[in-house]
Design a protein around this ligand. Structure first.
Ligand SMILES: Cc1cc2nc3c(=O)[nH]c(=O)nc-3n(C[C@H](O)[C@H](O)[C@H](O)COP(=O)(O)O)c2cc1C
Length: 195
């Protein structure tokens, strides 16, 4: 029996820190073996948006880091068992590629394989505003079975910091994966003094 595995795909949408936060949350709350795939654009966005984090630090958050170009790596096959995949952030390019099985890199191939094997694929798309082509792509992704989790702040939790927003998002993804956690805030109705 293998330890459960999860693939985390990071593409070049804004906000690779969302993936960093999620990897840390998964590490803290599960025994899952974490398999990371970073697109070339994700490496670039990390450098530009989070220069305080080295690439090695990010890679160290996973148990295994796969080469984005290596379509022969383990996650490229449906016979390699895993629990599913999270794509965070998912650029519109990667969303479109997954929607149409344009699997010429390992990230898209792994998502395609998880979908054909009927495993959970959670997509955190990042773009705004969205044109009709983006919306059609997201609709196709929903139709083929992905779960779409736009990184929208939960204002009912009254976030004060970016860390608050990231916690809520990681908590939502962990909920969808069925992992117990204490991240973020769960709504339990208004307080009496909230009117
Ligand atoms: C700093 C930065 C931020 C970006 N933000 C987004 C974004 O939010 N959404 C998006 O679809 N593309 C964004 N892009 C463009 C993608 O990185 C680009 O389309 C890339 O080719 C995507 O490749 P990938 O899907 O293989 O990662 C951004 C690029 C940079 C450099």
């Amino acid at each position: 029996m293998h330890r459960g595995r999860l693939v985390i795909g990071v593409s070049g949408g804004s906000g690779p820190v969302m993936a960093v936060h999620l990897l840390r949350a998964l590490r803290a709350h599960t025994e899952l073996e974490l398999h990371l795939i970073l697109s070339h654009a994700a490496v670039r966005t990390l450098q530009l948006e989070a220069p305080e984090l080295s690439l090695d630090e990010v890679r160290a958050l996973a148990d295994c880091v796969h080469d984005f170009r290596d379509v022969a790596a383990a996650p490229a096959s449906g016979s390699w068992r895993c629990e599913g995949m999270v794509v965070i952030p998912a650029s519109m390019h990667t969303c479109a590629a997954i929607a149409h099985s344009l699997a010429d890199n390992l990230l898209v191939r792994a998502a395609d394989v998880n979908l054909k094997e009927r495993r959970k694929v959670i997509i955190v798309p990042r773009e705004t505003p969205l044109h009709l082509g983006h919306l059609r792509t997201l609709a196709t992704l929903a139709e083929i079975g992905t779960i779409i989790v736009p990184p929208m702040p939960a204002f009912y939790a009254r976030p004060k910091t970016i860390e608050d927003v990231l916690q809520q998002l990681s908590g939502k993804v962990l909920d969808l994966l069925g992992i117990e956690h204490q991240l973020g805030m769960r709504w339990s109705g208004p307080e009496p003094h909230d009117g």
